[in-house]
Write a protein that binds this ligand. Sequence first.
Ligand SMILES: CC(C)(COP(=O)(O)OP(=O)(O)OC[C@H]1O[C@@H](n2cnc3c(N)ncnc32)[C@H](O)[C@@H]1OP(=O)(O)O)[C@@H](O)C(=O)NCCC(=O)NCCS
Length: 156
Amino acid sequence: MSTIKNQERLEMNEPIIRELEEDDLTKGFLNTLDSLRKTSNLSNGKAIEIYKKIRTNPEHHIIVAEIEGMIVGTTTLLIEPKFIHDGGLVGHIEDVAVDKKFQGQKIGEKVIKYSLEFAKNQGCYKTILDCTDNVKKFYEKIGFKNMGNELRFDHN
Ligand SMILES: CC(C)(COP(=O)(O)OP(=O)(O)OC[C@H]1O[C@@H](n2cnc3c(N)ncnc32)[C@H](O)[C@@H]1OP(=O)(O)O)[C@@H](O)C(=O)NCCC(=O)NCCS
């Protein structure tokens, strides 16, 4: 990880990349998720309930990018222990989003790279994700390789 201190990052207008805290729920986190799907209409009570549920799983990490006290980027990293690969760990990336006003400033790249480093430090031997064709290039530039098909079953 970089040795630049958080104060120096703020002065450089560089995002601070870290794990989600409860206060972030009212500091732009839900609005950032609107880039994926409307989420900012969630009530504060429901958002806290979901946050607390997520917090019960130590393998569920939500990474955020903060600029000037506001959350402008996020992704989720789930770490899965496996019986195959001798108990090896696999990272799963989900819900990658950057606030519309901040897209194109390398914030998405920074949250993904942070998550990959985090997964590596936790002992994951690989990290995988699903995406649509229109964002494939974004992930390929970071180093992801296309490995196959994404399938989905809808439960309703
Ligand atoms: C996709 C998304 C997360 C990218 O974040 P971002 O901060 O805007 O992207 P970055 O500035 O970090 O881009 C890094 C590089 O990827 C490229 N890139 C970003 N989005 C791209 C896309 N959709 N298609 C092709 N290239 C893309 C950038 O041009 C940049 O290239 P460069 O290094 O040559 O300059 C963001 O645009 C977003 O939130 N989109 C809406 C939600 C979404 O689709 N999420 C992904 C779900 S799988």
